[in-house]
Ligand binder design. Structure first.
Ligand code: DNO
Length: 345
């Protein structure tokens, strides 16, 4: 496996120099941020990103994310051109040596939380989600706490989008995903890129929006849409694990050969559809991190892994979920877990 770390580019207070000093770190996970979703990434921007990483002694083999524009998810008349642009990005990333691309197919919202600074007993604070709180909010009044939120939506634009999704529902979303995959996966095969869809976070619908990358049954369906090794998964334990019905150890074992990217993170259940993010180790939360890693290692899994959201500790202020300290602790925990499990085989 290769241990990686997300880097948000030059504006990220967590610098490449700091990332490099995390023991056993192989490379960064990043993206070109100077083009709006749907646009084609310039070869220069891709090359520059790669050079920055390499100059800092880090690889650049994983992109998170090449965002899928809403028009593709909605399957409207703009979709064909945007899918062509998407394929062009995959070609260019392949040429630049990228091996794995993470993306998601969540309508409108990316990851969603009801609280950004949930206080914890040890003085840390972390992201938290309470479904009852989320349902009280009105997305049209910008009452949502959305660290992944695209702030460029206007109220009218958002209302319009929400209405369009009401019309398409889950089945049409599946069809639009299939159209997307049938165009993109052959290109990924050609240029040697493993596509890795991120699960919906949390794995259930809200505000009338469909969400489909949520559970084992839907993973089975997804993987069959295009049955190719290049059509794979980002196995995000914190996202999938928010639904206790998802048996993550079983799923890790079952899908090992299609899991190209692993987001290892722990959460603690605080009630029905209510959870908070915690330190990465198994003991800190509700997810069996050891069991998941063991299931993968037992299948000779080899892919990219990164620590995921960290808590804010030691007084750090920064991008929610993406500070340095707790993610670095998570990284060394992950490295230790893999070392132990691999050596004990
Ligand atoms: C949150 C991330 C997500 C993820 C995208 C992948 O921290 O895991 O924003 O990058 O959903 O497309």
């Amino acid at each position: 496996m290769k241990l990686t770390f997300r880097w948000y580019g030059d504006s990220d207070p967590v610098t490449l120099e700091k990332i490099r000093q995390i023991p056993t770190m192989s490379g960064i996970v990043s993206a070109v941020y100077d083009v709006a979703p749907g646009g084609v990434w310039s070869r220069e921007s891709i090359a520059e990103l790669k050079k920055k990483a390499n100059d800092a002694g880090l690889e650049f083999e994983v992109v998170e994310s090449v965002p899928v524009p809403e028009d593709i998810k909605l399957g409207n008349e703009k979709a064909p051109q945007l899918i062509e642009n998407y394929c062009e990005n995959i070609r260019r990333l392949g040429e630049a040596g990228v091996k794995c691309v993470c993306y998601n197919f969540m309508p409108v919202f990316d990851w969603l939380r009801s609280e950004l600074e949930h206080a914890q007993p040890d003085g840390a604070n972390a992201l938290a989600y309470d479904h009852a709180e989320v349902l009280k909010m009105d997305p049209l009044k910008s009452e949502l706490s959305l660290p992944g939120w695209d702030a460029s939506y206007t109220k009218e634009g958002l209302r319009d989008l929400l209405n369009q999704y009401k019309e398409i529902g889950e089945e049409q979303l599946w069809k639009n995903l299939e159209v997307f995959l049938k165009a993109v996966i052959p290109v990924a095969e050609e240029v040697g890129i493993k596509m890795a869809i991120h699960p919906d976070d949390p794995p259930w619908g809200m505000f009338g929006l469909p969400r489909i990358i949520t559970c084992e049954e839907n993973y089975d369906r997804f993987l069959k849409l295009v049955d190719s090794p290049n059509n794979g998964l980002t196995f995000c334990t914190g996202s999938l694990g928010a639904d206790p019905n998802n048996d993550l150890v079983k799923m890790a074992s079952k899908y090992a050969d299609r899991i190209h990217f692993l987001h290892l993170r722990n959460i603690k259940y605080d009630g029905d559809r209510c959870f908070e993010e915690v330190g990465h180790p198994t003991e800190c939360g509700s997810i069996d991190m050891f069991g998941i890693v063991k299931a993968l290692v037992d299948k000779d899994w080899d892919g990219y892994v990164r620590p995921d959201h960290g808590r804010m500790i030691w007084g750090e202020k920064g991008r929610y979920g993406y500070g340095l300290f707790d993610r670095a602790l998570g990284a060394t925990y992950i490295a230790g877990l893999f070392e132990a499990v691999e050596k004990l085989r």
